[in-house]
Design a protein around this ligand. Sequence first.
Ligand SMILES: [Ca+2]
Ligand SMILES: [Ca+2]
Length: 259
Amino acid sequence: MPKFYTIVLTLGMLIALPTFGTEIYNHDLVNNGNFENELDDWSCSNCNEDTNIIYDDYYSTHYLLLGGLNAYQEAKQAITITPDAGKVTLSFDCDFITTDNINTDYFTFTLQDEATNESYIKDTIYPSDETEYCQQDYTITQYAGKTLEVIFGVNNDANKLTTAKIDNVVMTEKSYSKLTGRVLDDNYNKIKKAKVTIKKDNGTILWTGKTNKKGLFIATHLATNYTRLRIIVKKGNLKKTFHTYVEWGTNYNKVYRFK
Ligand SMILES: [Ca+2]
Ligand SMILES: [Ca+2]
């Protein structure tokens, strides 16, 4: 663990703030990914709010509809992922609707580097694919720190329209987890000043500290994913190893009891 984090943790406990600095986070990076604010935050080529944002009465939601004869319509948004993001996922809902059978029509989803235009993901659906379903889920953690362009495009030739409905574009960034542990003895009494060491299963130490006068310890920046942690608690002659699974971007409250 970098020294900086140790200092932050110590101060955090002294002044009873749970965490500050780089905290756990678990949030959506896309602005207006549900198109409820029409095309705000999206840049659209050959499309506009009047024709390409549709209100669905049944589901009470707006969505983006791309597709116009003899045109390529495209909507895109640039999104920057935090450099130390723990896990990043991208998903969207999409229906591909075509009356054509020629593959000069298509829907394409592209994830590309804004700086270099390098494509990291390029998925294309053609009329011959005979699907109406193009919901996609991607894990894109490897692009942390980059600014990415999320691009939806629909191309049409002059005859027989092809469209794509797009909604709920979500890029979730999760970083770290936070574990608040309460250490109790056999009689459910809190144990103060117990030494706590948190290790990965392979023995790497992730965090060390002590329980406070309420018998609590607060371990932040546990940068692991679905990892079984060893929580080693020691006070006098008492020593016990507990196990807890943690996932990115999640708060945990656990009780560790000697019995
Ligand atoms: Ca919507
Ligand atoms: Ca066509």
